[in-house]
Design a protein around this ligand. Structure first.
Ligand code: 5AD
Length: 431
């Protein structure tokens, strides 16, 4: 039996795609290797959103190619996902690479591996496929929390972003098939689902469709919690804000990628909102669900970003006091409008602003987390904190990680935990 190892880079959508491919391969009779050295076939599920992610995957593949040449001539190597989609056959330049599969063709990987195992030298498939949004539906067993893909692609035109090119146009699955998938997951013990897509708030092309989906999922009995990612601030209309008030399973956490606090930069990014509109959404969400946790993504060093523009971003971060923030240094992506905009900034400036922004978000995160010391919070226990570790890990409804002394059998349980210690990224407590 040939054993496959999939290494995943990037976002939760990629993690989900890798899981679905793993499940399909298992069904086809392939073994799943737990380590790279144990594998006959290694696939890299790639990310293109920043250059660093691409470099990591290419570096990894070069290492694997070297090992193949030296000692493992039978090793089958492949790229899948976003970088495979945007670079295509070019990736076969390395003779060690056998397979390149794009973002709409994952479900054909078992067929392609069969062909490669039978002796075919290489396969490249980065075609579009109508209906591919419904192909990512296979799950691995034994989970407490599951990702459910509800759509693929993105029709937005943010000037920095490569995703519309790598994931194609927006295509949504129907509500009944998503709800059916969730029912099945709940039957296997799943307690929490995260609805996934590149832009979930555009689900069904109309905002209210997404709220209809949330309402339908909220009605699934046995399910305890609903999350979703990634949304666009523009999608937070009054109906979605009301859902935070009305749907008891929808967790009190919203990820609202601001990207910048400067109106001038937001316009250049073509984000479709300004600072005032963004802050209004925050205000409405906090009113609808007091205590809601808010997180964000920020890009620093976008072309033409002045000290004044960055100061506006820093000010936004201080004003909102996010529970967590992810700061990214602007990375030039091929064929995006921002790549050729004037005022590209040197890395030193990006790095300086990255550090400054991080300091603000870390201070706010620590402040939010420290406030919970001495409180008893409700968590859903996910499993061991890391593979083989003694301590267990769960999450609050606000999506904060809680690490505590517990037992494997508690996985899937909702438990009260008293918090004793806090860092910027996690809470620690005892049962
Ligand atoms: N450079 C830096 N960060 C980027 N992101 C998307 N494109 C780029 C880019 N070209 C960030 C955005 C997005 C997150 C997933 O990645 O902040 O929300």
């Amino acid at each position: 039996m040939k054993k496959v190892f999939i290494k995943t880079y990037g976002c939760q959508m990629n993690v989900r795609d890798s899981e679905a491919v793993t499940a399909l391969l298992r069904e086809r009779g392939y073994g799943i290797a737990t380590t790279e050295t144990d594998a006959d076939i290694i696939l890299l599920n790639t990310c293109s959103v920043r250059d660093l992610a691409e470099q990591r995957a290419v570096g990894k593949m070069n290492g694997l190619a070297h090992a193949k040449k030296k000692a493992k001539s039978g090793l089958i190597l492949g790229y899948m996902g976003c970088m495979a989609q945007s670079r295509g056959a070019e990736l076969l330049k390395s003779p060690a690479v056998n397979l390149v599969v794009g973002t709409q063709r994952f479900h054909h990987i078992p067929d392609y591996l069969d062909q490669l195992v039978a002796g075919k030298k290489s396969v490249v498939d980065v075609a579009d496929e109508a209906g591919s949004e419904s192909a990512v539906k296979h799950h691995e067993p034994g989970k407490v929390t599951a990702f459910v893909s509800i759509m693929q692609g993105c029709d937005m035109a943010c000037t920095f972003c490569i995703v519309p090119a790598t994931r194609g146009a927006e295509r949504s699955r129907g509500i009944p098939e998503i709800v059916e998938e969730i029912h099945k997951l709940v039957d296997t013990g799943v307690k929490e689902v995260t609805l996934l897509g590149q832009i979930v708030t555009s689900y069904g092309r109309k905002k209210s469709e997404f709220v209809k989906l949330l309402t339908a999922v909220n009605a699934v009995s046995g399910l305890e919690r609903i999350r979703f990612t990634s949304p666009h601030p523009q999608g937070f209309g009054d109906d979605l804000v009301a859902a935070y008030r009305d749907l008891e399973k929808l967790c009190e956490h919203a990820h609202l990628p601001a990207q910048s606090g400067s109106d001038r930069i937001l316009k250049l990014m073509r984000r479709g909102y300004d600072r005032a509109k963004y802050l209004k959404i925050i205000e409405k969400l906090r009113a609808a669900r007091p205590g809601i946790a808010l997180t964000t993504d920020i890009i620093v060093g976008f072309p033409g970003e002045t000290e004044e523009d960055f100061a506006a971003t820093a000010e936004l971060l201080r004003e909102v006091q996010f529970d967590q923030g992810y700061i990214f240094k602007y990375s030039k992506r091929r064929d995006t409008p921002a790549a050729t905009m004037p005022g590209q900034l040197p890395d030193a400036v990006k790095e300086e602003r990255n550090q400054a922004a991080l300091e603000i978000v870390n201070a706010a995160a620590l402040c939010h987390n420290t406030r919970l010391i001495g409180e008893t919070v409700g968590i859903l226990v996910d499993g061991r904190s890391t593979k083989g570790a003694k301590r267990m890990l769960g999450r609050t409804r606000t999506n904060k990680i809680v690490i505590f002394d517990g037992y494997e059998r508690q996985a899937g349980q909702l438990l009260p935990i008293k918090i004793e210690r806090a860092t910027t990224v996690a809470l620690y407590g005892n049962e």
